[in-house]
Design a protein around this ligand. Sequence first.
Ligand code: ADP
Ligand code: MG
Length: 374
Amino acid sequence: MLAASSSLLNIPTVIVDVGTQAPAKQILAPAAPHLAHVDGSFSDPEKIRELAAKVDVLTVEIEHVNVDALEQAQRTHGVEVHPAPSTLRIVQDKFRQKEHLRSRAIPVARFLDVAGPAAQGIGEAAAALGLPLMLKSRTLAYDGRGNFVLRDLSQLREALDFLSGRPLYAEKWVPFVKEIAVMVVRTAGGQTFSYPVVETVHKDNICHLVFAPLRSRDPQLYVRAQEIAEMAVKSLDGAGVFGVEMFLLEDGQILVNEIAPRPHNSGHYTIEACETSQYENHLRAILSIPIGPTTLKVPSAAMLNLLGASSDMHELTEFVEFALSVPGASVHLYGKAEYRKGRKMGHITLTADSDAEIRARLRELLQRLPGDKS
Ligand code: ADP
Ligand code: MG
């Protein structure tokens, strides 16, 4: 999606990813032979060096990259890296990220390091923070794959098996009424611009639906969520868009859950629903060209993730054929070769003149969504 945006602005773009048919490479032909895409992993320092030698500005779409190699690229190739490697280092380690946010007086749930032998540390954290307890892997976590909800201490063994030897920390359970998110654009100079506040609905720890904008009887809630999100993003260095995931509590309190230092699933709706998409504004921010308006251009929007439900790609194509008949539905398929359970294959954005229309169209889609009969 970033590649699609860069092609519209004639910005020559080089991608590093495994394989010649990686999704982003399917969008963009190399602008010149010396700008051929790099075949390899974003965690391989050699591949990052190879990429750095070809570009003026380097950015990431995933935070689990090799930060040492990015810093070296900055030093030896004079490449601008966005967001700043220091930001990626903080965000990569969820415990460090939480410590950073807390030190900047940004509201977060109580949390504790699980130091020493994990079983003992978890017991101590449960005594201090109560049950249920959210255990999280500090690193390489996404789509809930590093999280375990400890409801009872008898699950200790199960938790340790699931999180097998990963560095952990514990978080107090947050009885949220809603999950909300704000995409924030940050310029290299530290100016910030918020996109609308949205409601996100997760299923099995993976983003399932996004509703834009968030509806609430409290007009101040919207303003406070944007203020907190911008405060969090201002505390980090470098340009680009950032996704700020938050919890809304019964009493109206907002806690930051985590920050994604890149375009984010909760911002996919911006492609059709906002004046400037998160991808275009990411490019504008990292290239220091004027930021586009972040406002909604439709009364109501929703986003539905297309997750693999089996290994039979036919169910996806059949569903997509139906989705194309729904008014206001825009289908995005990511060009992934294999359909697997739980894999993000694409998404659908719905736009409409009212929330009621959105709900009606969404209901039709959900009734036919593979693996989902809710
Ligand atoms: P990931 O990196 O996998 O997105 P998150 O930390 O965002 O991990 O957790 C995934 C989901 O788990 C969240 O969107 C939320 O639904 C739930 N969750 C995370 N932390 C807590 C918590 N402390 N209390 C209750 N639910 C939580
Ligand atoms: Mg998350």
